[in-house]
Design a protein around this ligand. Structure first.
Ligand code: HEC
Length: 150
């Protein structure tokens, strides 16, 4: 009998292993897609304004400093739960005006504190952006971020 692995055993492990993991990753990909479409995403609340808010978010490159759902740069706070942080679950109107006031008040010019630039957003862009934050907060992100400060 040959020492160690035979050629055909090594080949079977290679093909069998490749097939096994290919099928496993395919199944996980299908599951992730299924979960996003049917479970985690509020498709009914996905209005034109929410979509426009995402465009405002992208056009102004807020992601260069912020993360949303963990994606982006780690210079500034996570914003997927900014709606919750401003009390949107208890009082949506107060959260709406609080977030707008914060964005309009920039830059704060407090020495030694990280700064956020000023953005000249129209009212319509601002409301869409906040709709986008509210909608994003409703995504079931399995307790991400791990604490409310983001
Ligand atoms: C150059 C980096 C930078 C960019 C770009 C930027 N921000 Fe910020 N943002 C910050 C920093 C830094 C803070 C926190 C500042 C502080 O705590 O004083 C902040 C805070 C915020 C907050 C308050 C978060 C909280 O929990 O209090 C909101 C809302 C926000 N940014 C929205 C935006 C939006 C919307 C855009 C794009 C239009 C944007 N930011 C682009 C740096 C940035």
């Amino acid at each position: 009998m040959a020492e160690g692995l035979t050629r055909s055993a090594a080949r079977n492990i290679f093909y069998g292993g490749s097939l096994f993991f290919f099928l496993l990753f395919t199944a996980l990909t299908v599951h992730s897609h299924w979960y996003m479409v049917n479970d985690s995403t509020d498709s009914a609340g996905l209005t034109e304004s929410v979509k426009h808010g995402k465009e405002v978010w992208e056009e102004n490159m807020c992601i260069n400093c912020h993360t949303i759902l963990g994606e982006g740069a780690y210079f500034a706070p996570e914003l997927s739960n900014v709606w919750e942080r401003y009390g949107g679950h208890e009082s949506p109107e107060a959260a709406r005006s609080g977030i707008e006031a914060w964005i309009r008040a920039q830059p704060l010019d407090i020495p030694g504190r990280r700064q956020m630039p000023a953005y000249d957003l129209s009212d319509e862009e601002m409301q869409s952006l906040i709709d986008f934050f509210e909608w994003t907060d409703g995504i079931n992100a399995q307790d991400w971020p791990p604490h409310s400060a983001g």
